[in-house]
Design a protein around this ligand. Structure first.
Ligand SMILES: [Fe+2]
Length: 306
């Protein structure tokens, strides 16, 4: 296994203001499966092509937004190694006991310089009806809704993006694959722990701990079009798209859940290897960097966060 340390995004806990409408959105429209509803009210979901028990956690709250995002590491001993490295970097680490989420082992929880809570875990129960592994069919049960294959990444807004990028690269061993740079530092950091163009992104904003979007992957540009059809058919609030990003090259559409959290479904994006040079965008090209076809940002995309 060449991929070591932090392997991939694992889960994200999202706040919604109305659970019933959120479930209609994430299950019926986006195409996730409901795994369980627990006594504390949280609902656990997963996409059809994910092996782990769950990836999306919905928590009813007064305000929308993100509670935390968790990354899976390769082994339990990696958690001890990372706990030391994070503390040595000057960031306090809390350990959350196994079982706080069903099927999830112990995890590390800490706040990065942008104000977001990030977690690391190594063990999660496998799904009872995850992808087949013996003479595997394409899928066990035909995908529905937008047919998203997995939780792919989140995009977070806050201050101190230079320090966030330094933390992810020097402490968690991510690569800064692509960035928008200004004379006074990084405005947008795209960070990968894998072969993907990014596994998490941070954008500079004065307010800490803001949530820009959660993204799900699709198999093709055609499926981005099918997602657009569903968004139009059910009058789901649209932000922008279908379009393509200059950054990552992903083909994309953005829309909102009923609580006002932004969602993205996307396909494509370049493959990244750790020896690839960093791609850099200057702020005079930021429109093309974000929306390659329109070549300009829409006001809502930059202003609305939860
Ligand atoms: Fe994204």
């Amino acid at each position: 296994m060449a991929l070591k340390g932090v392997l991939r995004p694992g889960y994200i806990q999202i706040r919604v203001t109305d659970l019933d409408s959120a479930l209609m959105h994430y299950v019926d429209r986006i195409g996730l499966h409901e795994v369980s509803r627990e006594a504390d009210g949280r609902v656990y979901l997963r996409a059809w092509d994910e092996f782990d028990r769950h990836s999306i956690v919905l928590r009813q709250a007064d305000k929308p937004g993100m509670d935390y995002a968790g990354f899976k590491v390769g082994s339990d001993s990696d958690l001890d190694t990372f706990a030391r490295r994070i503390e040595d970097h000057g960031i306090k680490v809390e350990e959350v006991a196994a079982g706080e989420q069903p099927g999830l082992g112990r995890r590390l929880s800490f706040i990065v310089p942008s104000g977001h809570r990030i977690e690391l875990f190594s063990e999660m129960a496998l799904s009872d009806d995850g992808p087949m592994t013996r003479n595997p069919e394409l899928w066990r049960e035909e995908p529905h809704g937008m047919r998203v294959t997995r939780y792919d990444h989140c995009n977070l807004h806050g201050p101190n993006i230079d320090q966030v990028a330094e933390f992810f690269t020097e402490v968690l061993d991510f690569s800064l694959t692509e960035a928008a740079e200004t004379p006074d530092g990084i405005a947008a950091a795209f960070l990968s722990c894998s072969n993907k163009a990014h596994d998490i992104a941070f954008i500079r904003r004065a307010e800490p701990a803001k949530f820009h979007h959660v993204a799900f992957s699709l198999d093709s540009w055609h499926e981005v079009g099918q997602a657009a059809d569903i968004i139009a058919r059910y009058d789901i609030p649209l932000d922008i798209g279908p379009t393509r990003h200059g950054i990552t090259r992903g083909q994309t559409i953005y829309f909102f859940d009923p609580s006002g959290n932004r969602n993205e479904v996307f396909a494509g994006g370049f493959i990244y290897y750790p020896d690839n040079p960093k791609r850099v965008w200057s702020m005079d090209k930021i429109g093309k960097a974000i929306f390659y076809y329109q070549r300009e940002l829409n006001e809502r995309f930059m202003s609305v966060v939860t």
